[in-house]
Design a protein around this ligand. Structure first.
Ligand code: F0G
Length: 422
């Protein structure tokens, strides 16, 4: 397995273009990055990764011209110099003093990806993925989605002047996300099946050349998502003079887990991060959709697909995490773990975050719920500095927010009656 923190910086193969190429993580076959449309290895069907012959350090990012430009401040770590951008990235790394004290941690910060243009981390991937699509000359983009990917694809696709097609599991996508995909002009196909069935179909459509696939199987999209990890590390270095001990994040297809691990590996290869300092990656899933947790607990090399999945956190209602071959080594090599939480624990964590003024959708709160569980079990210790990733905004799923919050109280239309009620 080539996905190791101790891997050497690779030499560019003949098919590299401007020092960038695609490489199969299973068999090592290499491909030119933008010559043809390709999502997996021609030889063995393994997952592809973008590789670079020159990897940047934190100094290179600090030298970037505009420090406020978000994802594209990290262009040296990306396969293209610029993208189809709506000012994604540069999200807040909130302090949460009450929650930090309650959990008993040296430091706790919340990286709130809900503050991206369409309200989720998907924008970081789309700004790169849609630019790659443009470079490849395709005109129709597609994804399967539990909602957020479809919202981001619709927005970035229309901004890039391309047609967008999204396949959604009927009745299982939160209202805010469908509304976004709809208004940004995607054709929405509601599939009578779960997310995994949608992804099977869209992969087949992409394989037949009907559309360009922008799920996290797309290696260019994950490059953009690396910047979450880069921003967290820079934020901790600025505030604590050290990187976090641990990063806790919700897991669906395990794209973010893979992207963060890749960001760390590249920093190690560039000599910018010591192997011993790499943050432990902790993946959190809902109990009703926890195939990654099962694989980590059983020490399995592969993830068993769960056909029946259910959780209130619809964003991570996924039974076949396609990036598992990239993410399992990431969790293991960093000394992390994976854990599942109940829907009730997720709602409780959503309330905890709301109490700090941070509004997140249920899947996002899974990170904090998982951290609390690991802290209670003593696996996370009081001397740790931890970052939790919250992946999507509260308004994505207004029904879940309303159900977790207080009931409105009817009052008469006059002050005396309101005072009486209070
Ligand atoms: N959190 C939110 C809010 C998500 O929307 C997703 C994935 C995840 C976490 C899981 O991230 O796949 O990188 O492990 N949503 C996809 C979608 C599946 O279609 O919007 P992952």
């Amino acid at each position: 397995m080539s996905l190791s923190l101790s891997a050497d910086q690779p030499a560019a193969p003949a098919d590299a273009a401007d020092g960038v190429w695609l490489e199969c993580i299973a068999c090592g076959e290499t491909f030119a990055p933008f010559a043809d449309v390709r999502y997996t290895c021609d030889e063995c069907d393994g997952l592809l990764e973008v590789r670079y012959d020159d990897l940047p350090t934190f100094e290179d990012f600090a030298d970037a011209e505009d420090p406020d430009q978000g994802v594209w401040r990290y262009a040296d770590a990306l396969p293209l110099p610029s993208g189809v951008s709506i000012q994604e990235g540069a999200t807040p790394l909130y302090e949460v003093p009450s929650l930090e004290a309650d959990l008993g941690l040296e430091a706790l910060r919340i990286k709130h990806e809900g503050m991206n243009p369409t309200g989720s981390f998907k924008d970081r991937g789309m700004t790169v993925g849609v630019a790659a699509a443009r470079k490849l000359g395709v005109d129709r983009l597609a994804c399967a989605s539990t909602g957020n990917t479809s919202a981001a694809l619709a927005a970035y696709g229309s901004r890039g002047g391309m047609e967008t097609l999204v396949l959604l599991p009927a009745g299982k996508v939160a209202a805010g996300k469908v509304a976004q995909a709809s208004l940004h002009g995607a054709r929405i196909l509601e599939v009578d099946g779960n997310f995994d069935a949608c992804l099977d179909i869209v992969q087949e459509l992409a394989g037949q050349g009907e559309a360009y696939l922008l799920n996290s199987l797309n290696p260019f999209r994950l490059e953009g998502q690396k910047t979450i990890g880069l921003e967290i590390l820079e934020g901790f270095l600025a505030d604590y003079d050290t990187v976090p001990d641990r990063i806790v994040l919700p897991v669906g297809n395990a794209g973010n887990t893979s992207a963060l691990y890749k960001a760390f590996r590249e920093l190690v290869q560039a000599g910018a991060l010591d192997t011993d300092d790499v943050p432990k990656l902790v993946g959190v899933q809902a109990e009703g959709a926890a195939p990654m947790v099962e694989a980590i607990e059983n020490g399995a090399d592969e993830v068993r697909r769960w056909d029946d999945v259910e959780t209130r956190a619809t964003a991570i209602r996924i039974g076949n995490p396609v990036n598992a071959p990239k993410a399992l080594p990431g969790i293991r090599e960093t000394g992390g773990t994976a854990i599942s939480v109940t829907d009730e624990e997720i709602t409780e964590a959503q309330r905890d975050l709301a109490g700090e003024g941070i509004g997140v959708e249920p899947a996002s709160a899974a990170s904090v719920a998982g951290l609390r569980k690991l802290r209670n079990e003593g696996i996370v210790t009081e001397d740790e500095r931890v970052a939790c990733l919250t992946t999507g905004h509260l308004l994505k799923d207004p029904d879940a927010a309303a159900a977790a919050g207080r009931e409105p109280e009817p009052v008469p239309a006059e002050t005396a009656g309101v005072l009486d009620h209070l």
